[in-house]
Unconditional design. Structure first.
Ligand code: URA
Ligand code: SF4
Length: 214
């Protein structure tokens, strides 16, 4: 169907996978319909030689307004957990599986809406190009959307969380919970936060090993 043919970012992704070129081109993407209602594209940020790339789902309300990834409540939780796990956020490249904010309007509020499988795969050429530019040692999927994009729809966070797998775009890939999911479980916050930090500590240790081996 013509509609399906249109639903991909591929025609807007520059052939040369260099981060400054990709970042410059991303605002013109019309690969799916999500650009129509979002304020702006939110591209990945961090060093081009990062050893770790963290992939979230999509920008949230605050990210959409500010134009930077993980600067809202989930981003603040992520920063704190990384600090507690001795992972330097400055050294990590942070991005999202989908680059435009998807939401439902509820009066004046904009409520996060989950991106569809079609939107996730439409946006994947951007993620692929970022990973190709950076060639990280390790990809960290934050939550099911990133894991679905990079490891397929059958991947289950609950069963495979914290397990390392080889991947075509990095030496290894691992998935953990999304920080927003922790914020949605206030009654289990302390427990879930501690588990998240534990995963990040494991990731930090694993990274040291990967670096020693290379
Ligand atoms: N949640 C995400 O997945 N990404 C962001 O950038 C912010 C919140
Ligand atoms: Fe392009 Fe991704 Fe935005 Fe869709 S969500 S318009 S594919 S950048």
């Amino acid at each position: 169907m013509a509609r399906d043919l249109k639903t991909t970012a591929a025609p807007w992704v520059p052939e040369a996978h260099k981060l400054p070129l990709l970042r410059e081109a991303a605002p013109s993407c019309r690969g799916c319909d999500l650009y129509q209602h979002a304020t702006q594209v939110v591209f990945g940020e961090g060093p081009s030689d990062a050893k770790v790339v963290m992939v979230g789902e999509q920008p949230g309300d605050e990210e959409d307004r500010k134009g930077h990834p993980f600067v809202g409540p989930a981003g603040r939780l992520l920063s704190r957990a990384m600090h507690d796990a001795s992972l330097d956020r400055e050294k990590v490249y942070v991005t999202n599986a989908v680059k435009h904010f998807k939401f439902l309007e509820r009066g004046k509020r904009r409520i996060h809406a989950k991106p569809s499988g079609m939107e996730i795969s439409a946006c994947k050429p951007w993620l692929e190009a970022e990973l190709d530019a950076i060639e990280p040692e390790l990809i960290v999927c934050l939550g099911a959307t990133a894991a679905q994009s990079l490891m397929g729809g059958t991947f289950r966070i609950t069963a495979q969380r914290g397990k390392f797998f080889p991947h075509p775009w990095a030496k290894q890939i691992v998935a953990t919970i999304h920080p927003s999911a922790i914020l949605r479980m206030p009654e289990r916050y302390d427990e879930e936060y501690a588990l998240f930090v534990k995963d990040l500590e494991l990731i930090a240790a694993h990274l040291r090993e990967l670096e020693r081996a290379s």
